[in-house]
Design a binder for this molecule. Structure first.
Ligand code: PLP
Length: 462
């Protein structure tokens, strides 16, 4: 299987190359040349454990990786999850389920991809004897998951940008308290989009990127999207057979990676009804699904920071596939996006609900608080603020919904307390002492040159 860029300006590459590069050299994102048909595999796959399912799925995509190596990398990636099912399904009532994606080491769904990506990097470094510098921008959870996925990997130096003061205290501590000497958390004075733009700017200097072996861990990395496809399959197999075909996945959405992974699996033949994209007050995506126009706006800070995103990276993959892989068109549309302008794509969106069951909804702070309160009272479950946004927009009669529970409530303790009052919010043992550890972080003005200077100081100089 070969991988092509959404901007259509570079030749197709192998799986390993696509993973190693992260972002394609033309600024586009990689996608499989063809989406395979999974239908012939489904009966057999329904019997597999999570790690076995992941291995079977990746065997179709990672065709240039030796199968014994793939098996070993995948198996190792799911050993640090606290639940035997890895991604368990919990029933709220007859037609509502949650898919718990927070049992990994940093307590949010990003661990599914980043544990695996860390191990792919490690085997690649062992094979090529080259070093890499990982550069990522995070709204909180990706950075923590990336750092914990890459910690202690030989030959890897990690730089993670995050918006200063806009992530939760536990998220910040997961990044800044590792004590690891090749991990550099960089707090940018700006929004997540500023951090992401700074990251992309550093990547654009291809000579520099090659010199320091720059690689992206943001959800622009293809391996992350593929890793996330697996829990949609797993969720489907874990649901009662009589409801499987009726389910709509509700996905709290920011950078569009999670819902994109689900949509890819649907396009590869998993028979599910559709998707509901849940946004918070930063509702550019909801607006898009309502009007067909992608209109950039200012970011309003919220207590669901992982959804505070305007320029959703993975959205480019979605538009590319809707546009029948017209790379030229994407190249042109994204010139507008980079200039801070949006675009009208109502032609491409015309039948999106009819064809794929795609719809969207929006939740406000008051909705979120009310939903956390209600689910706690009625279903005796605590849910995190992102999941609450999902449950809020999912409430519609006559549908079977599976809401992706994207983080553990304890990551956002302040909001939980606001909703249900002071109570003991369960937190895993390994995070209990984190408040007592020393923090290491560098605060930078919003300027890509300062980020680059950090990499020069800690990688080039060495
Ligand atoms: C990353 C994240 C999201 C948004 O997911 P995308 O793939 O960026 O759309 C939602 N909730 C939580 C808790 C997250 O960490």
């Amino acid at each position: 299987m070969q991988y092509i860029s959404t901007r259509g300006q570079v030749p197709a590459v192998s799986f390993s190359t696509a993973v190693a590069q992260g972002l394609a050299p033309d600024g586009g994102l990689y996608l499989p040349e063809e989406l395979p048909d999974l239908k012939p595999h489904l009966a057999e796959w329904s019997k597999l454990s999570y790690a076995e399912l992941c291995e079977a799925f990746f065997a179709i995509f990672a065709t240039d990786i030796d199968s014994a190596e793939l098996k070993e990398v995948v198996a190792r990636s799911y050993t640090k999850f606290a639940h035997a099912d890895i991604a368990p399904i919990v029933k709220l009532d007859d037609d509502r389920y949650v898919l718990e994606l927070f049992h990994g080491p940093t307590l949010a769904f990003k661990d599914f991809a980043l544990q695996l990506l860390g191990n792919f990097y490690e085997s690649q470094i062992a094979r090529t004897k080259s070093r890499i510098s990982v550069l990522g921008a995070t709204s909180g959870d990706t950075g923590a998951a990336a750092i914990h996925g890459l910690l202690g990997k030989e030959g890897v130096t990690t730089f993670i940008l995050y918006p200063d003061g806009r992530i939760s205290p536990l998220q910040e501590r997961q990044m800044t308290c590792t004590g690891a000497d090749k991990v550099f958390p960089l707090a940018i004075k700006g929004s997540f989009d500023d951090a992401q733009t700074a990251m992309k700017t550093v990547f654009e200097d291809r000579e520099f990127a090659a010199e320091v072996g720059l690689s992206a861990v943001n959800s622009i990395n293809l391996a992350r999207i593929l890793a996330q496809c697996v829990y949609y399959l797993s969720a489907y197999f874990r649901l009662p057979e009589d409801v499987r075909g009726d389910i709509t996945f509700v996905v709290p959405t920011g950078n569009f990676g999670n819902v994109l992974a689900g949509w890819l699996v649907q396009r590869m033949g998993l028979p599910i009804k559709g998707f509901r994209v849940a946004t918070n007050q930063n509702d550019i995506l909801h607006h898009l699904f309502q009007t067909g126009t992608y209109q950039l706006d200012d970011v309003a800070p919220s207590v669901a920071p992982s959804m505070e995103i305007q320029v959703a990276s993975n959205f480019e993959r979605f538009v590319y596939l809707l546009a029948e892989k017209n790379g030229e068109k994407i190249h042109t549309l994204w010139q507008d996006v980079n200039a801070g302008k949006g675009f009208d794509m109502s032609d491409l969106m015309a039948n999106i609900n009819g064809k794929y069951g795609f719809a969207s909804g929006k939740s406000t702070h008051a909705d979120r608080i009310a939903t956390i309160k209600q689910v706690y009272a009625e279903d005796n479950q605590l849910i995190d603020p992102h999941t609450a946004d999902g449950i809020k927009v999912a409430r519609k009669e006559g549908e079977v919904i599976v809401c992706a529970e994207t983080a553990l409530p304890a990551k956002f303790a302040e909001t939980i307390t606001e909703a249900v009052g002071k109570l003991d919010i369960p937190r895993p043992k390994h995070t209990e002492n984190i408040e007592g550890l020393a923090q290491y972080v560098t605060v930078l003005d919003n300027d890509a040159n300062l980020v680059r200077a950090q990499i020069e100081q800690f990688v080039v100089a060495k």
